[in-house]
Design a protein around this ligand. Structure first.
Ligand code: HSE
Length: 340
């Protein structure tokens, strides 16, 4: 079977997915039976291109590399639903910018695709956090699959680990570094004497930060992620607005230096535990003893320690942001969806 893939959002992550798909086409077919053609690409800045017989991926990637545009392709017009239908998409990868308040534009893209029975993978925390129950119910009722490995820790397979690897364990507590941008900034300020502004600029240029980086530095991104984990682990909706949240904008170079001299590293920690029988989630900068594993996590790397009944503490460390790393999250979901 050949899957027709639609891509919504052709920025850093969407482009990285196209690159990986193009590089690994033969391997994906041989190892995973995943055969595909890309039939629709739509992007707010670059426009929409469509071909139900399959777009020319080599040319698309060349154009994106040379001009960061799709200007040499004729543009398609229509509502998102019409475009999906004309492209005969069977799967969609959604990688538009995150809006944790409304979930848009990803929420509309995902609803539109799922309601047509099109399988969806997304790296967009907004729709997953805002409409978790609705989208999962919609997927079930329409016979579509809905996956979102990349919404927490990018391609590092935390959600797959929770769902499959830790099946049968009860999770009691989670504590970790879930935002790559802020960990990158704190590392640069701590280890390389960067100013906050210079470190943020570098994190943005490396593709770690959100389109609006205030979402990272004020802790919204980590709050969105811990809210999704609360739903997955404890089955409870904790809206992002109800999470005790503090970002790193108040963390100065002096504070970091002083903590270091006293044997601590300042890290933005996102946590989830049970408090008086209710799930409690928070995001806050904390001083972590230098001997603790979380203190040694550098750059955009994420880490999460999960306390369970059967295994005690399990720690997962890996990339938490980045274009190819997040493209991998979409890929792992596409492979799973073609096998489910
Ligand atoms: N801006 C996010 C981060 C991207 O820095 O972690 C991955 O969700």
């Amino acid at each position: 079977m050949i899957h027709n893939l639609a891509l919504a959002g052709c920025g850093n992550v969407g482009t990285a997915l196209l690159e990986i798909l193009n590089e690994k086409r033969a391997e994906l077919s041989e190892k995973h039976g995943f055969n595909f053609r890309v039939t629709l690409i739509t992007d707010l800045m670059k426009g929409t291109i469509l071909d139900p017989e399959g777009l020319d991926l080599e040319k698309i990637l060349k154009d994106l590399k040379e001009s960061n545009s799709l200007d040499s392709f004729p543009k398609a017009q229509g509502t998102f639903g019409e475009l999906l239908e004309r492209s005969r998409a069977t799967m969609m990868a959604e990688a538009t910018p995150t809006n944790l308040k409304t979930g848009e534009p990803g929420l509309t893209h995902i609803r539109t695709a799922l309601s047509r029975g099109i399988h969806v993978t997304t790296t967009n925390k907004g729709p997953v956090s805002v409409a978790f129950d609705e989208l999962n119910t919609l997927a079930k009722s329409c016979g579509a699959r809905f996956r979102y490995e990349g919404v927490v820790m990018s391609g590092t397979p935390l959600l797959n680990m929770l769902k499959y690897g830790l099946a049968g364990c009860s999770v009691q507590k989670i504590e970790g570094i879930l935002n790559g941008t802020t960990n990158f900034i704190l590392t640069k300020m701590n280890d390389n004497g960067y100013s906050y502004a210079d470190a943020l600029e570098e994190a943005t240029s490396l593709g770690y930060a959100e389109a609006d980086p205030s979402g990272d530095v004020e802790g919204w991104d980590a709050a969105g992620k811990i809210s999704i984990l609360a739903k997955l682990i404890f089955g409870k909706n904790i809206p992002v607005s109800e999470i005790d949240r503090q970002g790193i904008t108040c963390v100065t170079s002096e504070k970091i230096k002083e903590a270091n001299e006293n044997g601590f590293a300042v890290k933005l920690i996102a946590g989830l535990n049970m408090l008086n029988g209710m799930p409690y989630a928070y995001v806050a900068p904390k001083e972590i003893p230098l001997s603790h594993p979380l203190a040694s996590i550098k750059g955009a790397t994420n880490a999460v320690s999960i306390t369970t009944d059967n295994l005690g503490e399990v720690t997962l460390i890996g990339p938490g942001a980045g274009r190819r790393e997040t493209g991998q999250a979409l890929l792992v979901d596409l492979i799973a969806m073609c096998k489910d």
